[in-house]
Design a protein around this ligand. Structure first.
Ligand SMILES: Nc1nc2c(ncn2[C@@H]2O[C@H](COP(=O)(O)OP(=O)(O)O)[C@@H](O)[C@H]2O)c(=O)[nH]1
Ligand SMILES: [Mg+2]
Length: 319
């Protein structure tokens, strides 16, 4: 199905084929597995950056500027934007959209947006599969832009080697971030919109929260970078800190460990998916529908019925 000319074009970063390949992982489970199997040996070279935070905090603006800095060094960037309000998906102001299309037409930049609508559970899988496509295509950096709300978004953020959490000075933002689970996943905090009042106290509050974390001499000290993304201020520092974190992970041999941990989670998810698909055949769904009345009437417990269904599945292999 995927002949050498398709793969060659993908590996040469032909945007049409990159786009086609990502559409396949988004829409077709069987073809997707086949494609991912074929390209897998080409993955593992891209460095993955997650940029997450509340809507409107400046993630797209920062992604845009980091991408410009990276391409200025002759490196390539593939972006996966999972954000319903993102300019990538056309949901934002015209000015933002113009800025984004500016980087999108750069030969070394590829942008793909993924919608949050539809099956949320599958979204992180698709984003991660999409990152593998970009990785195999030879993009030096893959950036995930995701809104920092919901488990699916956290999952995507965690699929990055370096996760950047973007906050703004508005009061309580740091506390909100803590509640949303963003504190645990941040390798680097960006306090954007530092042109607004309250940025000093927000930075101080963040520092206080971070000081409660356990750390040893060996652990990464999470930096807080103040930026004014709209004026391109501080973005060079953000990129510098990302690269320092990358160095840290590589020197301490942690990158491989991080990727092992992620691979394990991913494989378990794939196994779960395969088993679910095998188990819930039309026949067993029918059996469930037939027996459900008995459960409600109290003739059989949910556990008993569940076991019966699983036993039925097991006999498939014993015969
Ligand atoms: N005042 C101010 N506005 C900013 C700054 N950075 C971004 N913005 C604006 O904030 C809005 C949301 O930015 P965007 O990057 O789309 O945020 P996202 O939803 O997190 O991707 C846009 O209108 C930006 O121009 C900043 O540092 N200061
Ligand atoms: Mg955005």
């Amino acid at each position: 199905m995927f002949d050498n000319s398709f793969l060659d074009k993908l590996y040469n970063r032909d945007k049409r084929f990159v786009s086609r390949a990502i559409s396949i992982v988004e829409s077709d489970q069987i073809k997707s597995a086949e494609l991912l199997n074929k390209i897998f040996h080409k993955t593992g070279n891209a460095y993955r950056i997650g940029i997450t935070g509340p809507p409107g905090s400046g993630k797209s603006t920062i992604t845009n500027q980091i991408t410009k800095l990276i391409t200025a060094q002759d490196k390539s960037v593939g972006i996966i934007a999972v954000d319903p309000t993102s300019p990538f998906t056309g949901g934002a102001l015209l000015g933002d959209r113009v800025r984004m299309s500016e980087i999108g037409t750069h030969p070394n930049v590829f942008i793909r947006s993924m919608a949050t609508r539809g099956s949320l559970g599958g979204l992180s899988k698709k984003a991660i599969d999409g990152a593998d496509i970009l990785d195999a295509a030879g993009y030096d950096y893959v950036i995930f832009e995701t809104v920092g709300v919901g488990q699916s978004e956290l999952d995507i953020a965690q699929a990055a080697d370096t996760t950047v959490v973007v906050l703004v000075p508005e009061s309580g933002d740091a506390v909100q971030a803590m509640k949303a689970g963003l504190m645990e996943i941040a390798d680097l905090f960006v306090l954007n919109k530092s042109d607004r009042p309250g940025s000093e106290s927000a930075a101080a509050a963040l520092k206080t929260i971070l000081s409660f974390r356990e750390h040893t001499a060996e652990s990464w000290m999470i930096p807080i970078v103040k930026t004014i993304a709209a004026e391109n201020k501080g973005i060079d520092v953000v990129l510098k800190e990302i690269l320092l974190h990358q160095n840290f992970l590589e020197e301490k041999n942690l990158l491989i460990k991080l990727r092992e941990k992620r691979s394990k989670i991913r494989i378990k998810e794939i196994v779960d998916l395969i088993l679910q698909k095998e188990l819930w055949t039309d026949e067993r769904i029918h059996n469930l529908n037939e027996a459900i009345e008995d459960v409600v009437l109290g003739n059989i417990s949910p556990y008993n019925l569940a076991n019966k269904i699983v036993d039925h599945y097991k006999t498939q292999f014993n015969n």
